[in-house]
Design a protein. Structure first.
Length: 98
């Protein structure tokens, strides 16, 4: 579990209380036992990993070298003139006071 701070590094003061059904608890407990972790350790580790992945998926993207080159070329290219967009941007905004 990379980059997750351990209890030796910081004091744990926050609480997370959740309600689950018996089947969910039994399944999670079995998995925790197989990993030789407490139920809390297992839930924290897996929730942390899932949260890290979700946030990474929304904040980072990976491109092949070819696609990276295309992306950079598109950024470096002069902007296209779109008359309809220019007209729209010259109109008063609905959010501005009238």
């Amino acid at each position: 579990m990379p980059n997750m701070e351990t209890s030796k590094e910081i004091t744990k003061t926050a609480f997370l209380n959740i309600r689950i059904n018996e089947h969910q608890k039994d399944l999670i407990s079995q998995a925790a036992t197989l990993r030789k972790l407490s139920l809390s350790e297992f839930v924290i580790e897996n929730a942390y990993d899932a949260a890290t992945q979700v946030l990474a998926d929304k904040t980072q993207f990976v491109l092949s070298p070819e696609k990276w080159e295309e992306f950079c070329d598109a950024l470096d290219a002069p902007p296209k003139s779109i008359p309809a967009l220019k007209e729209l941007l010259n109109k008063p905004s609905a959010f501005n006071e009238r």
